[in-house]
Design a protein around this ligand. Structure first.
Ligand SMILES: Nc1ncnc2c1ncn2[C@@H]1O[C@H](COP(=O)(O)OP(=O)(O)O)[C@@H](O)[C@H]1O
Ligand SMILES: [Mg+2]
Length: 495
């Protein structure tokens, strides 16, 4: 059945019933977009029109080189058959020929009676139709009939050939539509409006979840502990929580607790009474008191001394402060948000951080994921920063964006901002090219915000590691004496 004329000749042989079936199927398949529904319906049609007892739709997997059952029907419309109940030999035969095949009296045909399934089921007639997709066999419809039934006719074969072509087209359409639908869901997911935190750019799954948590915690008055690597947006998150809370019209004050001498930090936080120490010439309100009714952000909380930890615990427990050198305690109504890039649980274990304070702070932990865990946000952030830098007229070349998206960003969003800033300076055209994106491995570390002592330790250990523990080479690379390295290591309790 190759050329059209020949086909038209064949059509004349179709029965009225078969014609009607084709017409109905054309309309039906045109509306149907679900693969499964098409397949089931197809099987019922085959059973009815060709007068089969059983029919199966087997899908061919070209990679595995085998068939799997998609659906099967019996004349009484139950679906109990397994693929093993049908002849795989026939399925393969159709696969090879790529055209419908019809066999009568298979019990007496030595080519088929060898198949156990044919014998056991007392199959008399067999009809197999390939469903093609892009000229390859996508699946096979196989129908059979037992001894006591009429044999399949030639016109059944003609019918099935037309039928198979229609089903192939419909399935092709259904599959394409399904693919488009999947793609659509993905796109929708990417662009779906969600409750954005105003100052936080990003639409990744991680950012959506973070936004949800920020809104939820902002509505409460709970103490928040923000965890995350340097540059992930802990400051932004803390301020956002305040702005979204009922305290938004009251002060938001922040104190960086990292590399600040204890006494200074204490007087900043708690204030002092005149004469509390030399230079305390007048009473002074501390920042905690100044943020009354508002929010106070304790940044890099892990670095504070144990004396100050005890005092902060009192603030959290009793909601009151005592100015330095004062005896009178003052009630304050402040929401505390704390942040750290260190592993506080580890510091609690090692005794460097009070466990009771940790639990007071850890009421609502909020983890900000590093940028490398939300690469979907990189392009969005990069565009945002162009605007922030007053260069919204610039565009990124695709290769430049790829370069940004593939970097691991040890310094997170802060580092991304720096890189964009540099790119803007380097770019003299309208497009930021790949070469304008200069990535530095240690740019994250350059933004170190711990103490000088910690910085020293970090650099020393990194160099030692780079020199496989060789102290002489480490000393040379740092421009110090070997004795200095030994001394430092001893100080740090490292052998
Ligand atoms: N989601 C975000 N959208 C836009 N800018 C952000 C976002 N997160 C962080 N930034 C910017 O990145 C820089 C570092 O953020 P910051 O909150 O200071 O980080 P951290 O406190 O964790 O070190 C800031 O310039 C901040 O404005
Ligand atoms: Mg910070």
């Amino acid at each position: 059945m190759t050329d059209i004329k020949e086909r038209l000749g064949y059509i004349k042989n179709l029965t009225r019933e078969q014609f009607e079936a084709l017409l109905y199927i054309t309309q039906r398949l045109n509306n149907e977009v679900y693969e499964d529904a098409i397949i089931i319906e197809t099987l019922d049609w085959v059973i009815n029109v060709v007068n089969a007892e059983r029919v199966v739709f087997a899908k061919y997997d070209p990679n595995a080189g085998n068939f799997s059952l998609i659906a099967s029907r019996n004349i009484n419309k139950d679906i109990t058959n397994k693929l093993e109940d049908f002849s795989t030999g026939i399925l393969r035969h159709v696969l090879d020929k790529k055209e419908p095949v019809l066999f009568h009296d298979v019990q007496n045909d030595p080519g088929f009676s060898q198949f156990a399934s044919v014998l056991i089921k007392k199959i008399r007639s067999l009809i197999g139709v390939p469903i093609l997709k892009d000229k390859e066999v996508w699946g096979v419809i196989l129908a059979d009939s037992q001894t006591d039934r009429r044999e399949f006719t030639e016109s059944n074969l003609i019918f099935l050939n037309f039928f198979a072509n229609l089903v192939s087209l419909a399935l092709d359409k259904a599959i394409k539509i399904r693919e488009l639908a999947d793609e659509n869901i993905l796109l929708k997911y990417q662009f779906e409006e969600f409750n954005r935190v105003p100052d936080m750019v990003g639409g990744s799954k991680a950012m959506r979840e973070l936004s949800k948590l920020i809104y939820r915690v902002a509505a409460s008055d709970a103490t928040v502990l923000i965890l995350g690597e340097s540059g992930t947006g802990k400051d932004v998150a803390a301020h956002s929580i305040h702005k979204l809370s009922t305290r938004k019209d009251h002060p938001y004050l922040a104190q960086f607790c990292g590399s600040i001498p204890d006494s200074l930090l204490e007087s900043e936080l708690f204030g002092y009474k005149k004469g509390a120490f030399t230079g305390a010439n007048a009473d002074k309100k501390g920042l905690l008191e100044a943020s009354d009714n508002g929010t106070f952000f304790l940044d890099e909380i892990a670095d504070i001394s144990s004396a100050l930890q005890a005092k902060l615990l009192r603030v959290l427990e009793n909601k009151e402060i005592i100015r330095l050198g004062d005896t009178q305690s003052r009630k304050i109504n402040v929401r505390i948000i704390a942040a750290t890039n260190k592993d506080l649980t580890q510091l609690v274990k090692s005794g460097a951080f009070r466990e009771d304070l940790f639990y007071r702070l850890n009421v609502f932990p909020l983890r900000i994921p590093p940028l490398r865990e939300r690469r979907d946000d990189i392009a969005l952030l990069a565009e945002h920063f162009l605007g922030r830098l007053g260069s919204s007229n610039l565009k990124f070349h695709r290769a430049a964006l790829s370069k940004l998206e593939n970097f691991h960003w040890p310094g997170n969003i802060r580092q991304l901002l720096n890189v964009i800033q540099r790119a803007v300076i380097l770019c003299d055209g309208e497009k930021i090219e790949e070469e304008h994106i200069i990535l530095e491995e240690n740019a994250g570390e350059m933004k170190f915000d711990g103490t000088l002592r910690e910085f020293e330790k970090q650099i020393l250990l990194k160099r030692l590691d780079e020199h496989d523990g060789n102290r002489t080479q480490t000393a040379v690379s740092l421009g110090v004496s070997v004795r200095w390295v030994q001394l430092k290591l001893k100080e740090m309790g490292i052998n």
